[in-house]
Design a protein around this ligand. Structure first.
Ligand code: SAH
Length: 245
């Protein structure tokens, strides 16, 4: 397993949502490079690995992506087994494929291990199914934050009829609301705001599209949080994730 980089999803926070494959990769790791949204509790699976925090809020403030690339390459070339551990899924707003491409182009074998993305776990953990027969015929995962300042086609999303799960939206609530309203979404479309999905400190509140910015202020919504916008956000919470023993 050496001289390889594993891009591993650590799931949304609850350490029990780690996959068996992720655990196996951690057990074999010499080096674990960890993002700040990863729950450090998952490190119990790699007690002998060297752990390097490379997250933006963690020990290394704003680690440049190029530095992370070079670090992975350096350790892989030293014949180390490197696990790059990311919150949620590595390929959902996680740069997993960019890192995989960069390493592959330099001859380093890469394997990607899925994780449960926050947008999937958060709604379930507060009783909201993302699809439901007759209510939501699909689901769209979108980011409210784009690096190149290009904007989402919110008008198309407003008309799509799918549940919208918005990542990185806490600072963009006004923009998301105004764009969806301008695109023709009804102002009382149900919305759920979910903070710290799957963690013991998870909180959520429900609102409507027009009122969601005010609701977030009243609720003191903080990142990390996702927004669920669609009819399913009004369903009664009969679907709770089982709480672990
Ligand atoms: N790869 C990650 C997403 C990284 S982008 C995944 O698949 O989940 C970071 C954004 O993810 C945050 O701004 C937030 O919108 C969302 N996020 C990550 N973890 C979260 C959590 N525990 N609860 C709510 N939102 C979360």
């Amino acid at each position: 397993m050496n001289a390889k980089v594993w891009l591993v999803g650590a799931g949304p926070g609850d350490p029990e949502l780690l996959t068996l494959k992720a655990v196996k990769a951690l057990q074999h790791a010499d080096i674990v490079m960890i993002d700040d949204l990863v729950n450090p509790a998952v490190l119990e699976h790699c007690p002998n690995a060297r752990v390097i925090p490379v997250g933006k809020r963690g020990g290394c403030r704003s680690t440049p992506q190029a530095f992370i690339h070079r670090l992975m390459l350096r350790y892989a070339r030293q014949d180390k087994c490197v696990v790059r551990l990311k919150g949620g899924d590595p390929c959902i707003f996680g740069r997993g494929s960019e890192e995989a491409d960069w390493l592959s182009a330099r001859g380093i074998p890469v394997e990607i291990v899925n994780g449960i993305t926050a947008g999937l776990s958060g709604p379930t953990a507060c009783g909201i199914p993302l699809t439901r027969r007759g209510i939501a015929r699909g689901v769209t995962l979108v980011t409210a934050h784009t690096q190149d300042d290009s904007t989402q086609d919110w008008a198309a999303l407003a008309k799509g009829g799918t549940t919208l799960v918005v990542y990185m939206g806490v600072a963009k609530l006004t923009e998301v609301r105004d764009s969806l309203l301008a695109g023709g979404m009804r102002s009382n479309m149900p919305v759920a705001l979910i903070e710290n999905a799957s963690l013991p400190q998870q909180r959520h509140c429900r609102s409507t599209l027009a009122a969601m910015q005010q609701a977030a202020t009243d609720f003191q919504l903080k990142s990390p949080a996702i927004l669920v916008i669609g009819e399913v956000a009004a369903l009664p919470a009969t679907l709770q994730l089982s709480q672990s023993a």
